[in-house]
Design a protein around this ligand. Structure first.
Ligand code: NAD
Length: 495
């Protein structure tokens, strides 16, 4: 049984509800995860509240030192963390290692907290009066994360929240809970005081309890759009600061002058990496004619070479889907695409995986002649299904991208700098790649989409992260001024 982690140690909690955890590559049940009750969440929030009172007073040097120690531990054990991800998520080990690396980069960013949390000082804003700004922690903050990046997404938020002086309650996905639990153990080993980082496992009941808890001041959520919208609305109604990152449908535009081999490599890597279970996966290629026939043929050749199998086996490029239910849902979209008249250039349903028969397999699927009314175009499938839409011009491509409900990531492939510049200016999407298919910002920039891909106004990590996990205070102070001006009911002005 996987445990919660509360007040510095593993904890079983009081709830009798449990979830099942699977190895997606074998289809075997590998463990159970407790599903916290509201009472369990209250215990974790209480522990965090007690810890937050002392942690906010820990020096920047102390907070930075803990973060450095944590960085060293995660770096030394990155292979163990990657193996824990693959065992419950299914992504291939190299991909899991990449996820750990991107998470490490946020830890490294948080090590710079002494300069990140620095305020500003202005001398003599009035005669012998000084003003200075501070950024102070919020108290207890909650992080709620999805299954597809069980380590990286928690690490987008947790290191920055803690470095800023907050205490955190993390509610990871119940589908792959083991890897994030390792992070809590390792933070404790790094010297983080008990209660500053807590994990409660669970589902909607735990999420609702966090959203309702008056002690939780802010919520960072990542998951599907319907749940992101719900968390944003309910959390803000309860008076909390909320950032809720949602789903995506990312388009890659290929202009006629693009390097088609580069574009085809990129489409396959970004479409089928992590079996398409990435919020930055490319799910739609927008081919601007006359290149579609040539581009589809180059993509199809590459898709045929993608090896689907157990992520722990050498030579596999793409693992299984996370659960049997999710595999069946994605398969139903393949059926819907065929029924709607799209051309299945490659059909992943007949895949012969390098792995056990009962794994949650679906091979890469490539559709051509997809139109915007088809469900394979409109819906976030979150699986290895790549659609090609053919358009006549750049303007038609741009209009298509901008008409999407989502605005997480996009890319343009071209050799025309002017067209690329026009696209980055005109496209209504938060993260844009130019000849880069998965433009995930580095830790020192901020990650976030537009429209239904993000509710709230603050993106994850980078300066936005520090801003989200702190609140501003400005102090105006006067010392040693001998000139008492007497009572004055007027509004203060400089003199
Ligand atoms: P999900 O929405 O099902 O779950 C996300 C979290 O919410 C989990 O912790 C889950 O336990 C909880 N949850 C699920 N249903 C809930 C409900 N009804 N009420 C309250 N809480 C609930 O998402 P998922 O399937 O784990 O992850 C995949 C989704 O996440 C995709 O839509 C993907 O695009 C999105 N995602 C977005 C980003 C981004 O940065 N925008 C990053 C990663 C994943």
């Amino acid at each position: 049984m996987i445990s919660h982690f509360v007040d510095g140690k593993p904890w079983t909690g009081g709830s009798v509800r449990q979830g099942e955890v699977y190895d997606p590559a074998t289809g075997r049940l590998t463990g159970h995860v407790p599903l916290a009750s509201a009472a369990d969440v209250a215990v974790a929030v209480d522990a965090a509240s007690r810890a937050a009172r002392a942690w906010r007073d820990a020096s920047l040097a102390k907070r930075g030192a803990v973060m450095f120690a944590f960085r060293e531990i995660v770096n030394a054990r990155r292979d163990r963390l990657a193996a824990a991800i693959t065992a419950e998520h299914g992504k291939v080990l190299a991909d899991a290692a990449g996820e750990v690396q991107r998470g490490l980069e946020v830890i490294e960013y948080a090590c710079g907290i002494p300069s990140l949390q620095r305020g500003a000082f202005s001398e003599n804003v009035s005669t012998e009066v000084d003003s200075y700004s501070l950024r102070q922690p919020l108290g207890v903050v909650a992080v709620i994360s999805p299954f597809n990046f069980p380590v990286m997404v928690p690490l987008w938020f947790v290191p920055i929240a803690i470095a800023c002086g907050n205490a955190v309650v993390l509610k990871p996905s119940e589908k792959d809970p083991s890897a994030p639990t390792l992070l809590a153990e390792w933070f404790a080993e790094a010297g983080l005081p008990d209660g500053v980082f807590n994990i409660v496992h669970g589902d909607k009941e735990a999420v609702d309890a966090l959203l309702e808890s008056p002690a939780v001041r802010a919520v960072s959520f990542v998951g599907s759009t319907p749940v992101a919208r719900y968390v944003y609305q309910r959390g803000t109604m309860a008076g909390k600061r909320v950032q809720a990152l949602g789903g995506a449908k990312n388009h890659m535009v290929v202009l006629p002058d693009a390097d088609l081999d580069l574009a085809a490599d990129a489409a396959v890597s970004a479409g089928f990496g992590s079996a398409g279970e990435r919020c930055m996966a490319i799910s739609v290629v927008v081919a601007v004619e006359p290149v579609a026939d040539d581009l589809v043929s180059r993509i199809a050749t590459r898709v045929a070479e993608v090896r689907t199998g157990d992520g722990r086996r050498a030579g596999c490029d793409m693992g299984p889907l996370v659960t049997g239910a999710h595999r069946d849902r994605v398969t139903s979209y393949v059926e819907a695409g065929i029924a709607a008249g799209a051309t299945a250039v490659v059909d992943g349903r007949g895949v012969e995986p390098a792995g056990e028969r009962d794994g949650f397999w679906l091979g890469p699927t490539l559709f051509d002649h997809v139109t915007p009314d088809m469900s394979i175009y409109t819906d976030e499938i979150f699986g290895p299904v790549l659609s090609v839409v053919r358009v006549a011009s750049y303007d038609e491509a741009l209009a298509l991208v901008n008409s999407s409900e989502y605005g997480n990531g996009t890319a343009i492939f071209t050799n025309d700098g002017g067209a690329a510049r026009r696209f980055q200016h005109e496209v209504e999407v938060g993260m844009v790649g130019v000849n880069v298919p998965i433009p995930v910002p580095m830790a020192y920039f901020s990650f976030g989409g537009w429209k239904a891909s993000l509710f709230g106004d603050t993106h994850a990590h980078g300066r936005d992260g520090v801003h989200f996990f702190t609140r501003g205070k400005v102090v105006t102070s006067r010392w040693l001024d001998p000139r008492h001006g007497g009572v004055n009911l007027g509004f203060p002005t400089q003199s």
